[in-house]
Design a protein around this ligand. Sequence first.
Ligand code: NAD
Length: 467
Amino acid sequence: MASKPLTGAPSSMVGDNGRKAISTPNDRGVVGSRPPSMESSNSQPSAPVKRKSVYENVMAQFDKAADLMHLDANIRKILAKTENEISVNFPVKMHTGQVEMFTGYRIQHNDALGPFKGGLRYHPSVDRDEVRALAAWMTWKAAIAEIPFGGAKGGLQIDPSDYSAAELERITRRFAYALGDNIGPEYDIPAPDVNTNSQIMAWIQDTYLSTISPHERHRNIHVVTGKPVVSGGSLGRDKATGQGVVFTIEQWAEHREVSLEGATFIVQGFGNVGSWASRLLTQLGAKLIAVEDATGGIRNRDGINPDDLLEYVHTHGGVRKYPKGEFVDHIMFLRTEADVFIPAALGNQITAETAPWLNVRLVAEGANGPTTPEGDAVLQQRGIDVIPDILCNTGGVIVSYFEGLQNKRKEFWDLEEVDRKLRKKITSAYKRVYDVATEKKTDWRTAAYIVALSRLEMVYKDRGIFP
Ligand code: NAD
């Protein structure tokens, strides 16, 4: 590749498939980003800023691409709306004997390309607006990666650390039971996301399979992906998103003619995506120099060993007091000079306010929606390259697709096969986005949207609109 610049419904309802849904209005409409730490010597206390909702950000990105590609006006109307929005209220008995009520969401954005697919998030920020945005991003991702899935997302507005493991299991199983046949292996397939993991997927799988006929159980194990390998998970699924992030960074380095050997990088979020991306990029000779997670930030310009840090995080619950690095606050972390920044935590982190602080050449978006449209404009103006989330973090959904295939065919692929197929898929997606960015002389996020929307437009044009 030549060395070129990267130019640039309402409260709950019954979906039109007639599946059940229980109404729970909970629209806050505002998802705030994490405020800058007040421990910084140069940070200023600031009044709370009313930010645009995350879904408004998605729609701003969507509109920009739809305008540029002249997306068919009727198809534009369809894709601008979610298909089904399910919310469920359910009781769970706590260890005190008291009952607590929970509200869970599953929002299905679009299934024109295949069954709804997307993660479940357990986090205090989860609300209808955030889940809508995350569901739409899933539709675009599957379209860019050319895998036969639609887009959905779900979650619970909880902080899992408030609950014991046994309570979390009961909450998860009751949530899965409440969702009922709103999920299913050929209809809507959940996967892990923030604060959920293979164990949570195994509980959902077991709950779902326990409610269907024993004769059907073994051909329905792909009701979730990202499950433990012994329960039908795929080798390589745990690292898939981080691996995909690294494959796209390798592509960028190749076409920018940058050597990753000795390149420096910083990572926000040291969970599944952030820790795997760090370990895999380090294996290519790059140097991790700063990490921030929910507990705080650390920096060591001589390099941080990600395996050692991960061990520390497992025993101490976060990076903050890691002894082989100095503490940095949020602003100092973002100002760290490095070649690559991998946001791998929550959304709305790179904004008009924070984008000017970044001191990097590339932002590789492991997280979903880490950059607001205003933040994007600053990055473009400053000439910082961006590999957008809907391309950069598709490794997870691609290997989820492989997991489902293995389940259906009763096959078990080795890790080399999974990695080889993932590299091929994500590299071709990268090239499709690269070609559109070059042809349309546009930024990479808009180019990625155009790739996704063109595919969806073709499908709707072929099939027409019922009736
Ligand atoms: P995770 O729960 O494993 O890790 C989340 C990390 O973010 C933790 O280290 C946590 O401490 C950190 N974090 C939380 N709040 C923070 C804050 N305010 N500031 C800094 N760090 C904070 O989650 P994950 O699965 O690694 O997901 C991370 C991101 O990647 C999310 O945006 C998710 O939607 C996206 N993503 C995940 C997958 C996947 O396969 N897991 C796939 C695609 C995209």
